[in-house]
Design a protein. Structure first.
Length: 561
């Protein structure tokens, strides 16, 4: 399928915010279908001026207020008739982060048959009653689809593939008001259309205009769920068959694994730690870890696989693989998460971290030179960033991919607003990203990147190394990035020991050079050196490596070079 996107904005009397919304979308250089759902004269005048000033705007008007869903469907039909293949629906009131639209485009260009749905990250402006109401709808949507695939069925920020969507709305009477967003995505799933969620910031602007009628719209939503539950019953055999088939062919890549644990549960744990201290929060980990051990088949199997390989590699000198060792492995991971929280809220300080090579780091910082630090999902690398942020010792930028762990990321961000500062989210490193990172290095800042997970991008480059006695894939990205940045490279790990944490800060290369005619060989040399150091750490503290997925299985469609 080709990819030719458009934007659809339904509007009803949002004359104060529509100009800013369109202004932020205009640089994308795609058509913007604004559908006026019977707005007042003042809003009509604003829209007329906007259409005259912005050549991308295509303005349509409903003669009377018919509902948000009716406006969106009118925009979809017009865009489809004009030859567009996909449409992003976005609100006119400024709630949605327009800077995320390119991310929707990027994912849809890779998966053109998929609905790309916004999964809101709310701040304190969100009314609590609305949030609790959404949880009820989420529960019924999970029942109606027999799936957790829809991250948020009520979010009005999503991208639709227009061919199946137009076929659906021509075949079925989709509700035209506030229940539109939920019913259309449920029915698209019934039609076999997959859903991919993208975490996106959603705000409730002060004095914002809401058209949600608490009584009438809640009654509409209740009746909608009654109908959808009834419609699910005759589809039950098909839904079950799809679910079983999906389990058999499900992607194993770590970035596509769904995060386990609820936001509510994480919130309770965070508040327990903050209000009642580490001891009680630590005690809560026991039942949590036990539940994950019993229900988390994939993580349990990955842990046992890793422990089995390590046990064989060390000649029996590491923990015997089995459920008991896996429980301890999972518990170590939970402890590290709790320690991250402690670092970010100031309960853990540098005095608890044994840092033998601190003079090397101090010398680097005093020189004013930036550096690239390559870490791993080993121990608690994030804790060091939290300590540094609290003490202002250094600017440490974490180059990360966290879309698969948004609930945990949200919990840390709620604990300390500085958590998202210097957190650089990337899917792949292109020229713009490289230039931005180079500027940080030139300012004397530190960049931290992990080297033990293959890239989330489907075309990401990997290298085959020997790890724990068998071939495994590692990313080429850290070494390519280091060669572009032309800076010093260090290995950086922070490992939990019985008496606290120990930080390892070791020079890896004064500069990484990748000769044009020996590029692959040079990358392989650096990657194998990194893998050997990781092996040594796994020998020393075997329960501190937290890659809970099938690490040694080559990715489908990706061949080692």
């Amino acid at each position: 399928m080709t990819f030719k996107p458009a934007l659809i904005i339904p509007i009803y009397n949002h004359k104060e915010t529509i100009g800013d919304t369109v202004g932020r979308l205009a640089p994308l250089c795609v058509p913007i279908y604004i559908v006026d759902d019977g707005s007042d004269a003042a809003t009509q005048a604003v829209l007329a001026d906007l259409a005259g000033q912005q050549p991308q705007v295509r303005l349509y008007r409903q003669p009377q207020n018919c509902g948000k869903g009716a406006a969106v469907m009118l925009g979809m039909r017009q865009a489809f008739a004009d030859g567009f293949t996909h449409a992003v629906q976005i609100d006119a009131d400024g709630q949605h982060d327009t800077s995320d639209v390119p991310r929707f485009f990027e994912r849809a260009s890779v998966r053109p048959e998929t609905v790309i749905a916004g999964k809101p990250l709310y701040d304190d402006s969100a009314p609590k009653a609305r949030l609790y109401g959404r949880l009820i709808t989420h529960f019924w949507v999970w029942v109606e689809t027999l799936s957790f695939a829809i991250g948020d069925s009520m979010c009005g920020f999503r991208l639709y593939p227009l061919t199946p969507t137009i076929a659906l709305i021509n075949r079925v009477a989709i509700p035209e008001r506030m229940n539109f967003d939920t019913e259309i995505i449920v029915r698209l799933m019934w039609d076999g259309i997959s859903v991919e969620n993208i975490a996106t910031r959603v705000i409730y602007p002060p004095g914002g205009l809401s058209h949600f009628d608490m009584l009438r719209d809640n009654l509409r939503i209740s009746w909608m769920h009654t109908r959808l539950c009834g419609g699910m019953l005759p589809r039950l055999p098909l839904l079950l068959w799809r679910k079983l088939a999906s389990c058999r062919r499900k992607e194993t890549h770590w970035s596509r694994q769904q995060e386990r644990g609820s936001a509510l549960g994480m919130g309770i744990l965070v508040n327990t730690y903050k209000l009642l201290g580490n001891t009680l929060a630590h005690a809560m980990l026991w039942p949590i870890v036990t539940w994950h051990l019993l229900t988390g088949h994939r993580a349990r199997a990955a842990s046992i696989d890793y422990l089995t390989r390590l046990h064989r590699f060390t000649g029996g000198q590491s923990p015997c693989p089995g459920w008991r060792s896996t429980w301890r492995h999972l518990f170590s991971f939970a402890e590290s998460a709790l320690d991250k929280l402690g670092a970010w809220i100031g309960r853990i300080d540098h005095a608890t971290v044994n840092f033998p090579n601190r003079p090397v780091l101090d010398q680097l910082l005093a020189s004013g030179r930036g550096a690239l630090l390559i870490g791993a999902h080993f121990g608690n690398l994030e804790m060091m960033r939290g300590l540094a942020a609290g003490k202002r010792h250094a600017t440490i930028n974490a180059v990360v991919y966290t879309e698969h762990a948004q609930r945990f990321v949200g919990a840390l961000a709620a604990a300390n607003e500085r958590f998202r500062v210097n957190l650089i989210q990337i899917n792949h490193i292109g020229p713009d990203t490289a230039i931005m990172l180079r500027e940080k290095i030139d300012r004397g800042e530190l960049l931290v990147i992990v080297g033990d997970r293959t890239p989330p991008a489907e075309n990401g480059r990997v290298i085959s190394v020997d790890f724990l006695g068998e071939p495994a894939l590692l990313p080429q990205g850290p070494y390519i990035l280091a060669s572009l940045l032309e800076c010093q490279v260090f290995l950086f790990f922070c490992v939990r020991e019985p008496d606290g944490y120990r930080a390892y800060f070791e020079q890896f290369a004064d500069k990484i050079v990748l000769p044009r005619n020996q590029r692959e060989a040079a990358i392989a040399m650096y990657a194998n050196r990194y893998a050997k150091r990781l092996e040594e750490l796994c020998r020393k503290t075997p329960l501190q490596w937290f890659n809970f997925f099938d690490f040694w299985r080559p990715l489908r469609g990706v061949n080692p070079p």
